[in-house]
Design a protein around this ligand. Structure first.
Ligand code: ADP
Length: 450
């Protein structure tokens, strides 16, 4: 096992990684921006280095600077968390060149999954099911229109380099296609520096179900089962749970095998998530693979009793998978909500300020809070305004729903606006209670929820 690692991230995920390191006796090095000098992750780490001004582009995204700090601090490996540099192949390469272990998959796997179009072609060859679509290199407007007509409306146009729910357009008829294409390409160029798009059949009211996989250096791959992340606002996850309601063992096995095949096709190593969209008939289709730890990994931890960061560290250090597939099982049900400093009554505008008072339900076998802030800390405009992830576990889904409602009712937050009541209305909604949430539910019910 490593003696010392650097965490190239901030907020709750940096704190989460430090927790596991402490338990394993691994020393931790934090990096921070000038705006984060007093942040919780800096307070928790054994050592900390400032890497630049508040803007992410001048601090958390400065890969070369972070590699230098890693070497100066004598850390053997870098954990990139999620976001920032976690799926950046240049950063992974820079780590490699400096003789530092990048705690993530091989560079070729990051690259293969990084561009959606190429990834889909690869998955098609590996026999992983895809939504009917066009993933080619020819990007002429005439050809794209012809392909959209062939696929049949509604279609979704996606930026191949896109992520975070950005750069997507749903088109409902042929005469609207040309205009939506232009605007999608413009947004893709502005946000991702690349206007390559793909086109897919747009599924009405699908569910988002993803599989957590792990692979080691010997080519062994396991599925740590699924998470349901169908509760989304503007294609961004709001609530996640595991296992997915209504999925039986046969379907779980089929999806797990498809996800492991996807991983094997790119010689994957480490933690990865294969995202699918699913319809009512039990059909599921590959959407993308995220080559890092996900925000929602705690629900998988609570139903499997495993520490996914520990698995990442062990595999990066060259150890084999800690367990075989036959030794993995699901116990109970877990739900996570993303608690944000934002105002649902004002279009979910971020709410900046000092967290004057912040009390969460006490941690227990049933309740977990992953947070990067404490009472007295600032929510700044520089980064994602997440306050915390609140995660609950219980013996079955109905009990977990009640557990979450109780936990949300016990939150005390003063100083910033937050989405706690919105989340409680969502969890209490009959569609959520009955386990029939699709990705459009929040938008359809927005007036009732916000
Ligand atoms: P991103 O990389 O931005 O997260 P994804 O391709 O993973 O983009 O899609 C994000 C979300 O968009 C999905 O969870 C789903 O809600 C919706 N979505 C994507 N593709 C389709 C599709 N073909 N039909 C319906 N909804 C889709």
């Amino acid at each position: 096992m490593f003696k010392k690692i650097l965490i190239a991230n901030r907020g709750e995920i940096a704190c989460r990684i430090i927790d596991t390191c402490r338990r394993l006796g691994v020393r931790t090095v934090a990096v921070y921006s000038e705006a984060d000098a007093a942040a919780r992750h800096v307070r928790l780490a054994d050592e900390a280095f400032c890497v630049g001004p508040a803007a992410s582009s001048e601090s958390y995204l400065r890969g070369e600077r972070i590699v230098e700090v890693t070497q100066r601090a004598g850390a053997e490996a870098v954990h990139p968390g999620y976001g920032f540099l976690s799926e950046n192949e240049d950063f992974a390469q820079a780590c490699h060149d400096a003789g530092v272990v990048f705690i993530g998959p091989p560079i070729a796997a990051i690259r293969a999954m990084g561009a959606k179009s190429a990834a889909k072609r690869l998955m098609d060859e590996a026999g992983v099911p895809l939504v009917p679509g066009y993933h080619g290199d020819d990007q002429s407007a005439e050809l794209l229109q012809t392909e959209a007509d062939r696929i049949g409306y509604p279609v979704i146009i996606k930026a191949s380099a896109g992520g975070g729910g950005k750069g997507m357009r749903v088109v409902r008829s042929a005469d609207a296609f040309a205009e939506e294409l232009t605007s999608c390409q413009r947004e893709a160029q502005a946000s991702f520096g690349n206007d390559h798009v793909l086109i897919e059949k747009y599924l009405e009211r699908p569910r988002h179900i993803e599989i957590q996989i792990f692979a080691d250096h010997d080519g062994h791959t396991v599925s740590l089962f699924e998470r349901d992340c169908s509760a989304q606002r503007r294609h961004q996850k709001v609530v996640e749970e595991a296992p997915a309601p209504g999925i039986d063992d046969a379907q779980r096995t089929r999806m797990g095998e498809a996800a492991c095949n996807a991983a094997r096709a790119v010689d994957y190593v480490g933690a990865g998530t294969v995202e699918f969209i699913a319809d009512d008939s039990g059909a599921f289709y590959f959407m993308e693979m995220n080559t890092r730890l996900q925000v929602e990994h705690p629900v998988t931890e609570l139903i499997t009793g495993l520490d996914l960061v520990e698995w990442q560290l062990r595999i990066a250090a060259g150890e084999p998978l800690p367990r075989e597939q036959s030794a993995l099982a699901i116990a109970g049900h877990a739900i996570e909500v993303r608690l944000y400093a934002e105002d649902p009554a004002r279009g979910f505008l971020p709410s900046i300020g000092r967290l004057a008072h912040f009390v969460a339900p006490e941690a227990s076998a049933h309740v977990r809070l992953d947070s990067g802030v404490e009472q007295g800390d600032e929510i700044t405009p520089h980064y994602d305004p997440m306050i915390a992830k609140l995660i609950v576990w219980d013996h079955d889904r109905a009990a977990a729903v009640e557990r979450m409602l109780t936990a949300l009712a016990g939150l005390q937050i003063v100083g910033v606006r937050h989405n706690g009541e919105f989340l409680a209305r969502l969890i209490g909604h009959e569609a959520f209670r009955s386990g029939t949430v699709d990705t459009g539910l929040i938008e359809r019910e927005m007036a009732a929820l916000a």
